[in-house]
Design a protein around this ligand. Structure first.
Ligand SMILES: C[S@@+](CC[C@H](N)C(=O)[O-])C[C@H]1O[C@@H](n2cnc3c(N)ncnc32)[C@H](O)[C@@H]1O
Length: 376
């Protein structure tokens, strides 16, 4: 069977966690590198990756690499590819570009030139041109330009894989679903012992934990991927994968995963998000201040993503709050393993406990830490 090369992208710091996910998919040649994981496999493996990967942001299929020191080289390099095998004038397309250390420096310009070259090629061959649809294109193309070498890739899902489709209120700024899934996996939680997020906000961490423990494929939640509209789409394989994924899902005990927050609106939203993912009964939600929350048992995994405010006036208040987190962990959560994820390294020190691990991660451009505390 034809082997296709793929690249699954991940936030900086999550590459190895993503690599670990491939074992569960039966894909054995995955290797982590900066910014993601290289793997190769069949067309079905590409579909499987979109359906199952929890930490990946995108699954890309590189189709060409060429030197690209100028606009002309870009246009000609892109025009030369066999777009007519992948795109008709009736389909829509969109292009995004990332650029590093190159002569061409404007990603929007590079994306526009790439789109022009593809549209011109189809018009020259078919007499008609395809339209652009930036939101939900049939074919999404990614252009990566690094040190004047251009890689053109097809983006299988077409939208970021973090869009699981369960978010009910986009106005609250939560953790990205892919980052939350990565954090849960990094804790090494065994899926059998208690899992608690006492500052759950919109619920990303308990929800991703419940999806993991329930073996629910994240792609089943919003299975509308760009590749389903590609010319070579194999609907039979896709249906088989969907069916397998539906059969694998299992119910989990209702007293395993807990989400709590002192803000009632956040808890209500988390509940609605859980319902819209179809796992409403798998997480126990409560409304409480962390200092008063009782542990559900003698041991388990606690993870939290406390506020780390960017506004100056908040700092003094937050310093005291992080100190309180440390006190509460020490006094009330003995026997547990706690993880604190924060984008403010100074505040993290205020917890006042000695972390047994410090993991560097990026939340978009913000350098963060995931800190582990063993509460003997
Ligand atoms: C950065 S947000 C968490 C976002 C969450 N991880 C998500 O993805 O939606 C921090 C949360 O901590 C909650 N919080 C702040 N102080 C708290 C306290 N003393 N007890 C419980 N929750 C608290 C806030 O209400 C807020 O929802």
């Amino acid at each position: 069977m034809k082997q296709i090369k793929f690249f699954a992208t991940a936030a900086k710091g999550l590459e190895e966690t993503l690599e670990g996910e491939f074992k569960g998919l039966g894909i054995t040649n995955a290797t982590a590198t900066s910014g993601g994981v290289n793997f190769s496999g069949s067309r079905a493996d590409g579909y499987r990756a979109c359906l199952w990967l929890r930490t990946a942001n995108r699954v890309l299929e590189p189709i060409a690499t060429f030197p690209c020191p100028s606009t002309e080289a870009l246009y000609e390099g892109v025009y030369a590819l066999n777009w007519e095998d992948r795109l008709t004038a009736k389909m829509t397309l969109a292009v995004d570009a990332n650029i590093r250390d190159s002569e061409l420096t404007h990603s929007r310009f590079v994306a526009l030139k790439t789109k022009d070259a593809i549209v011109d090629k189809i018009r020259d061959r078919c007499g008609e041109r395809p339209n652009v649809d930036p939101k939900n294109p049939d074919l999404k193309i990614n252009l990566h330009l690094a040190r004047n070498v251009c890689t053109v890739s097809l983006d299988l899902a077409g939208t970021g894989l973090h869009r699981r489709g369960y978010r009910r209120d986009p106005t609250i700024a939560p953790l990205k679903e892919t980052l939350a899934a990565g954090l849960v996996q990094m804790t090494g939680w065994d899926k059998k012992s208690y899992f608690v997020d006492p500052m759950c906000g919109s619920g990303s961490l308990p929800l991703e934990a419940a999806l993991i423990a329930g073996r629910k494929a994240p792609g089943l939640l919003a299975p509308d991927f760009g590749f389903q509209r590609w010319l070579d789409f194999d609907a039979t394989i896709w249906q088989q994968l969907i069916q397998e994924a539906e059969e694998l899902g299992r119910d989990i005990p209702s007293n395993l995963i807990f989400g709590s927050d002192r803000d009632k609106r956040a808890v209500d939203l988390a509940r609605r998000n859980a319902d819209s993912c179809g796992i409403g009964a798998s997480v126990r939600w409560s409304y409480n201040d962390f200092a008063k929350l009782d542990p559900p048992g003698d041991s388990g995994t606690l993870i939290c993503n406390p506020p780390y405010g960017e506004r100056l006036g908040e700092v003094a208040e937050l310093e005291a709050f992080y100190g309180k987190i440390g006190d509460t962990l020490k006094q009330r959560w003995k026997g547990w393993t706690a993880w604190v994820f924060t984008g403010n390294l100074e505040l993290a020190k205020r917890v006042g406990l000695k972390p047994s691990r410090r993991i560097v991660l990026f939340n978009g451009p913000i350098e963060c830490r995931l800190l582990k505390y063993e509460l003997y």
